[in-house]
Design a protein around this ligand. Structure first.
Ligand code: FAD
Ligand code: UDP
Length: 371
């Protein structure tokens, strides 16, 4: 009899397994249907010995000291400031849109924030209530830049027009009037020094944690006795899709190795215009690895395949709310993570959510009982 079964060995599942085993001495069976730990943050060395991210580029960034302190128990870090270029009208320009982007694209020489702000303000469209992913962008940069940088990319990535997606999606990408070309503005921008999988291995290296891979919850839920459950898979699947399926967007990853030391100037190049792929990642920028060859990943969005992204739009939120109510009424089961809480969360947010869940478990069960 295990104290806990935890379904999913990604960030959510590994953090909770580690906390319950280390702090409460609980016995944990941690399962995943995939043949590895790490969930979507899993990385591995390819045939050429280059470290790649199996499920696309994972760049760690957070404003939370607490989350960095916690993860630092399991990994050292390398500083990495993420920069992204967008291939637009035959040029490579910084995204998020900044003053350099405008100057390069339009052959201008705006030199101050105020000049760039005035240039954008002259093009921005007034939007009374910002609700959609189109509203967010056109209200800041106008329709032309919206079409060049956001409309095509978003239609590819989501299979939906930005006008059909919640504002939170494109609001992830800011607009700048200075020349800051960092993709993220967070206080901490760091990568696990030896990779994510090495970090996860240390998290679950506790004799109280039993790891079972290539094991689907459906197949083993009745076979292995457990007192309580933490579920980090799709919430609609857990409840047999009784309110209908929740849409999740997928991707197909094409991993290639080139016989050259460097392919592109930055870690990621976005393709918001004609190409079928959305972005190309070159891992050596992220990992700092020295190697004669270089590994890239092309991302092709897809309606079918593994569930990678919840799709933020009102009707999906309404359907999720019905599942969430059901989850709240299900005793001894905790739902955590990007798939189980249907939230477009970054890694640090999932760690924060998992640590908060650990505290909630303590509160609701009492310290002694959590084990
Ligand atoms: P997951 O990592 O999805 O783990 C859930 C696990 O549960 C999976 O391994 C799955 O196999 C398993 N599972 C599901 N159902 C079952 C079942 N029935 N039985 C057994 N196992 C099951 N975040 C960032 O902070 N920075 C980034 O740069 C970044 N880039 C990203 C790029 C891409 C392409 C994607 C898709 C995501 C990116 N993210 C990024 C988000 C990040 O991947 C997530 O926040 C994080 O991995 C979520 O962790 P999780 O544990 O909630 O879910
Ligand atoms: N986006 C875009 N063009 C870009 C970058 C982003 O249209 O060059 C939009 C797109 O809808 C994307 C969203 O902004 O899905 C969020 O971008 P982010 O880079 O955060 O996506 P993620 O890394 O989560 O896939």
């Amino acid at each position: 009899m295990f104290d806990w079964m935890i379904v999913g060995a990604g960030f959510a599942g590994c953090v909770l397994a580690e906390r319950l085993a280390t702090e409460r001495g609980a016995t944990v069976l941690l399962i995943d249907r995939r043949p590895h730990i790490g969930g979507n943050a899993y990385d591995r060395y390819n045939e050429d010995g280059l470290l790649i991210h199996e499920y696309g580029p994972h760049i760690f960034h957070t404003n939370s000291d607490m989350i960095v302190d916690y993860l630092s128990r399991f990994t050292a870090w390398r500083p990495y400031t993420h920069r992204v270029l967008a291939a637009v009208d035959g040029k490579l320009v910084p995204i998020p849109i900044n003053r350099t982007t405008i100057n390069t694209l339009y052959d201008l020489a705006l030199t101050t924030d105020a000049e760039a702000e005035a240039w954008l303000a002259a093009r921005a469209e007034p939007v009374e209530r910002i609700e959609t992913s189109e509203d967010v962008v056109v209200s800041k940069v106008g329709r032309e830049l919206y079409e060049k940088f956001f409309r095509g990319y978003t239609r590819k990535q989501w299979g939906l027009d930005p006008s059909e997606l919640d504002k939170s999606v494109t609001a992830r990408v800011p607009t700048r009037t200075d020349t800051d070309d960092r993709y993220f503005a967070d206080k901490h921008q760091i990568m696990p020094k030896h990779g994510y999988t090495a970090m996860f291995s240390r998290m679950v290296a506790n004799p109280a944690i039993t790891l079972m891979l290539q094991a689907d919850y459906r197949d083993i839920r009745d076979l292995v006795p457990h007192r309580r459950l933490i579920y980090t898979g799709q919430i609609d699947e857990f409840f047999d899709h009784r309110f209908g399926p929740l849409p999740y967007r997928s991707l197909r990853f094409e991993h290639v190795t080139l016989d050259e030391p460097q392919h592109q100037a930055v870690g990621v190049v976005n393709y918001p215009q004609g190409e079928a792929f959305t972005r190309v990642t070159e891992y050596k920028h992220l990992t700092g690895q020295q190697h004669a060859r270089t590994a890239l990943t092309y991302e092709y969005p897809s309606a079918t395949g593994d569930p990678y992204y919840p799709v933020p739009r009102p009707e999906n939120q309404e359907r999720y709310a019905r599942y969430e109510a059901l989850a709240r009424a299900t005793p001894d089961v905790w739902f955590v993570g990007r798939l189980a809480t249907y939230r477009y969360y970054n890694m640090d947010q999932v760690v924060g959510q998992a640590l908060a869940t650990f505290r909630r478990i303590d509160e609701s069960l009492g310290r002694a009982e959590a084990a």
